[in-house]
Design a protein around this ligand. Structure first.
Ligand code: PBG
Length: 329
């Protein structure tokens, strides 16, 4: 059947008609909002490169959690800015670390029962050098050690589960991290805590604004010896395969918009829940265009999220979480 018998425009003529045939939907419960916890009280400091995103002291984070819960948002992804940093990333795993303390406080609020508290597991915000693992230096050369980092990561995951994290989300990209974390969680009695692994994480320039927000830029070198080369899709499938084999319950793909094909490939290949992280640079790039009046704020925001959903992500970590939830009503 060809034109004029087939007229695809018949189903585009009104909003009720478009709504009836819409293939992809989004709901607030599929959105996860990142939160950056910092020391102090009454702190709500906007991040220069991320308008509308803040470093929050714990009391402010409680208010933010209430706002997110009222909008029906699915969860919060917690990051921390510790008071001090060292080579062993002590702030990542100590009992009274910033995220651990924050989790205990958030757990007290009724709002926390309506959404999931997801704790990012990584060392880069807590190490003095800003790398995601232990650094071994020899002369001018350095190596991000894999196996010696695993112990610190599992220790971090256990301390976060103990503080009340509903899900732990390792984003370090060390080999064998999921197995190490699963082992330690099980050993310590947290066999019910799921692991959301950032299995497919590319070494991306789009993390730039996050590193300002979390003060986690590497002081030397870059992350290309542990995060993936942006040119590789097959390698991403291997990463996911390995993480699932090691016991990951869900996977997170990141960044999102520049890697929609990778999300689609993963969706077709793996029968597990898949989330995608619309990262800081994706958010800032859109915000910059909104500020210039070059793009329509609401429409571009929703289109970006629907695209990620259509590519195959069941849930989306996004700095637009509250704005989008408001739009979805
Ligand atoms: C920690 C981590 C990063 C992001 C999430 N977890 C930064 C990085 O790998 O440098 C980036 C998120 C974003 O850009 O919004 N390893």
């Amino acid at each position: 059947m060809e034109y004029p018998v087939t007229r695809l425009r018949r189903l585009r003529r009104s909003e009720p008609m478009r709504s009836l045939v819409r293939e992809t939907h989004l709901e607030p419960g599929a959105l996860i909002q990142p939160l950056f916890l910092c020391p102090g009280e009454g702190v709500r400091k906007e991040i220069g490169s991320m308008p509308g995103v803040f470093n929050l002291s714990i009391d402010e984070a409680v208010k933010e959690t209430e706002a997110a819960a009222a909008l029906g948002i699915g969860g919060l992804l917690l990051f921390g800015l510790p008071g001090s940093k060292d080579e062993q990333a002590t702030g990542a795993w100590e009992e009274d670390g910033i995220v651990q303390t924050g989790l205990r406080a958030l757990k007290q609020s009724a709002a926390a029962k309506q959404l999931l508290l997801i704790a990012d597991v990584c060392l880069c915000e807590y190490t003095s050098h800003g790398h995601c693992g232990i650094v071994k230096k020899s002369g001018d050369d350095y190596e991000i050690e894999n196996d010696s980092t695993l112990g610190l990561l599992s220790r971090t995951a256990v301390s976060l589960a103990a503080a009340g994290a509903d899900i732990v989300a390792p984003s370090d990209m060390m080999d064998g991290h999921v197995a190490a974390i699963r082992d330690e969680l099980d050993e310590e009695g947290y066999e019910q805590t799921p692991i959301l692994s950032y299995a497919s994480k590319f070494a991306s320039s789009f993390y730039g604004p996050f590193r300002e927000a979390a003060d986690s830029a590497p002081r030397f070198g870059d992350r290309r010896s542990y995060q993936m080369d942006g040119a590789n899709l097959r390698e991403a499938m291997r990463e996911i395969d390995l993480d699932l084999g090691e016991g990951a319950d869900m996977i997170l793909m990141k960044p999102a918009m520049p890697y929609l094909d990778v999300i689609r490939a993963a969706r077709e290949r793996f029968e597990v829940p898949i989330g995608a992280y619309q990262v800081s640079g994706e958010y800032s790039m859109l915000q910059a265009a909104f500020a210039k009046g070059w793009l329509d704020r609401d429409r571009a925001m929703m289109e970006s999220l629907i695209s990620i959903r259509r590519a195959g992500a069941g849930f989306i970590v996004t700095y637009f979480a509250q704005d989008a939830a408001k739009r979805l009503g």
